[in-house]
Write a new protein. Structure first.
Length: 62
């Protein structure tokens, strides 16, 4: 059973998240030949102030 833990910046709508998980599920099933019911996806919204790249917080970007 594939399980995906995906972290993304907050701000996406429920409709965007729905389309995203549907696309991931479809691609997973096509690639791995599994049943959609076996694909779990966990989305975690993260504030830019809690995410850093190269030693810099994303919230500090202009």
């Amino acid at each position: 059973m594939p399980t995906f833990n995906i972290q993304l910046f907050e701000g996406r709508t429920v409709e965007q998240k729905r389309a995203f998980v549907e696309a991931i599920t479809r691609a997973t099933c096509e690639t791995l030949g599994c049943d959609p019911g076996s694909v779990d996806i966990i989305l975690a919204d993260v504030k830019k102030e809690n995410w850093a790249t190269a030693g810099k917080l994303w919230s500090d970007e202009l």
